[in-house]
Design a protein around this ligand. Structure first.
Ligand SMILES: [Zn+2]
Length: 295
């Protein structure tokens, strides 16, 4: 009798924390670590990272990161609101940072903590290019890839003990997994590289987010071509364990027409109206009035 009760409790536990679905792709994922644990452990990691980082503030580039980041954040929130994810809005408390670091990298931690390294800016001089990066990174957070990786770590390291770990609050297993996943100061910067599956998913979702934020998604193709040509010798997060560059670009090109048609809203022109949503070239407007663009 006791055994049956135990088995039922296990089943219930698995049902509670064992499985989840990615918002934009419908993919099922392993979730053994609770959301609140992921958020609190990543906040700790983020804060300790920021203590040692050299943030750039007050420059045009720093403002660009904040400006584009806010639009991507707003698009993320409207997507979640419109697609049954309103309960996830409270998970995000957005922060946008440009940090002095020569590697061509960027990341977004769970909870919406965005960091862009100055080393990636040569590849992203326009807002649209930056939106490719931020859309991709925020997508990792929306898809809870960190949670999935922590769950995989817990499963791999603790095997049968995973349920205890998942249910035991701030367990050692979870903390160890968080340390592994975030690996501060490790070779790849802040985070371990994501898997190919996660990269492809973030690319796809990133296209949706940037489109909804008003950035022409075709920029992703030229951006990745530039990155591919320019970062042969480095392996930043955004370029690591990837589908090969050619595959990635081909995948993006395949999804592009559908996503553009469904999600891209060309930003309302400030003065004259042009119906054709032409690819926006470097329109640098530093003195537009602050207006809350509602989409
Ligand atoms: Zn990525």
């Amino acid at each position: 009798m006791k055994k049956i009760t135990y088995a039922l409790a296990l089943l219930a536990a698995v049902a509670l924390v064992g499985c989840s679905t990615v918002a934009m792709t419908g993919r099922k994922q392993l979730m053994l670590v609770s959301n609140s644990e992921v958020l609190s452990s990543s906040l700790t990691q983020y804060q300790s990272y920021m203590k040692s980082a050299k943030p750039v503030v007050g420059t045009a580039q720093a403002e660009q990161v904040v400006r584009v980041g806010k639009k991507i954040a707003a698009a993320t929130e409207s997507y979640l609101r419109a697609n049954g994810g309103a309960d996830q809005l409270s998970d995000f408390s957005w922060e946008f940072n440009l940090v002095q670091d020569n590697s061509a990298n960027a990341f977004c931690m769970p909870g919406g903590k965005i960091v862009v390294y100055t080393g990636i800016l040569p590849f992203a001089s326009t807002d649209s290019e930056l939106a490719v990066i931020l859309g991709h990174e925020v997508a990792h957070a929306v898809a809870k890839h960190s949670n999935e990786r922590m769950s995989q770590q817990v499963a791999a390291q603790y095997g049968g003990a995973i349920l205890g770990a998942a249910l035991g609050g701030q367990s050692q297993a979870v903390q160890a997994a968080a340390a592994q996943v975030y690996g501060l100061g490790a070779q790849y910067g802040v985070m371990l590289p994501f898997s190919r599956k996660h990269e492809s998913e973030a690319d796809y979702m990133g296209l949706i987010l940037m489109s909804m934020a008003g950035y022409e998604p075709g920029t992703a193709v030229t951006f990745w071509q530039k990155m591919s040509a320019g970062t042969q010798k480095t392996t930043p997060e955004i370029m690591s364990t990837h589908p090969s560059d050619a595959t990635r670009i081909a995948d993006i090109q395949k999804e592009l027409p559908k996503i553009r048609a469904k999600y891209y809203v060309a930003p309302a022109p400030t003065a004259t109206t042009t119906t054709a949503a032409k690819k926006t070239t470097t329109t640098k407007k530093t003195t537009t009035k602050k207006k809350t663009s509602k989409k």
